[in-house]
Design a binder for this molecule. Structure first.
Ligand SMILES: [Zn+2]
Ligand SMILES: [Zn+2]
Length: 253
């Protein structure tokens, strides 16, 4: 069974209904986390996902709205009274990301794992396999920052997370025939930020070209909640489309 939990469907703009980025995809009891924006550690508690049992975290890129809760997460794994974490923790991110984590650990030595091994891996065009799952990362375009999208295959289903991405062919390729595409939709069609983020028109084009079956829109700036973004997507993409919502769960049989 696969259960997707949206932990944060928002951005770096503080907004109570939408936390910064974070997602959990649970495969037969094994939680895989994607991104760790500010507030995600608390959202894990709200979603009743035990941070002590997480062994895999996939980071899309280094922007703070996708990484800043790494600090409280590692602090908690070290200093929760009674917890002696033994399982290795696997942290994945784009090229250069392990260096960023090591720099954070210089500033916050309390992040350095006390009882467990931290295994970091740089992701480019990379494939990783777990017990019941396989993940393929692919670089995407996101301004001047290295960023990747993640394609997860498990139980005969494909779930793709765009991370932050501009419209680009590599995202379309990685999202090909996805059953569920969790895709950033930063702007309504009247706004755009070419080379950095997507608006509804660009999201619909990626979805249409990738022939994705179902879209979950995420990375929604607060003003997206006052705009007809679903209608705009539906003009150009006929598959099922839903606006992501914090703490929303999607279960795939
Ligand atoms: Zn972001
Ligand atoms: Zn970003």
């Amino acid at each position: 069974m696969i259960e997707i939990t949206i932990l944060g469907s928002g951005t770096g703009v503080p907004y109570l209904p939408r936390n910064s980025s974070g997602y959990c995809i649970n495969i037969n009891g094994e939680p895989l986390l994607f991104d760790m924006g500010a507030g995600i550690v608390r959202r894990l508690l709200e979603a009743k996902i035990d941070y002590k049992t997480v062994n895999h975290l996939f980071i899309s890129h280094r922007h703070p709205d996708h990484t800043s809760d790494l600090i409280p997460l590692f602090f908690a794994m070290n200093y929760t009274p009674g917890l002696k974490r033994k399982d290795p923790f696997h942290l994945y991110g784009p090229a250069g990301f392990p260096d960023i984590v090591r720099k954070l650990m210089d500033i916050y030595p309390w992040m350095v794992p006390k009882h467990f091994n931290l295994e970091m891996k740089e992701m480019d065009e990379t494939e990783i396999s777990g017990k019941d799952w396989k993940i393929h990362s692919k670089p995407v375009v996101h301004g001047d920052v290295l960023a990747v999208s993640y394609r997860l295959e498990a139980e005969g289903k494909t779930i793709v997370y765009s991370g932050d991405s501009a419209y680009c062919d590599s995202l379309i390729e990685n999202a090909k025939n996805a059953d569920i595409l969790i895709i950033e939709c930063s702007f309504p069609s009247r706004l755009e930020l070419k080379g950095v983020h997507m608006n509804t028109r660009e999201v619909a084009e990626v979805a249409r070209k990738a022939e994705a079956k179902k879209l979950i829109l995420t990375h929604l700036y607060p003003f997206c909640d006052d705009e007809p973004i679903l209608e705009e997507i539906r003009e150009n993409f006929k598959g099922e489309t839903q606006k992501g919502k914090d703490l929303m769960k999607i279960v795939l049989p």
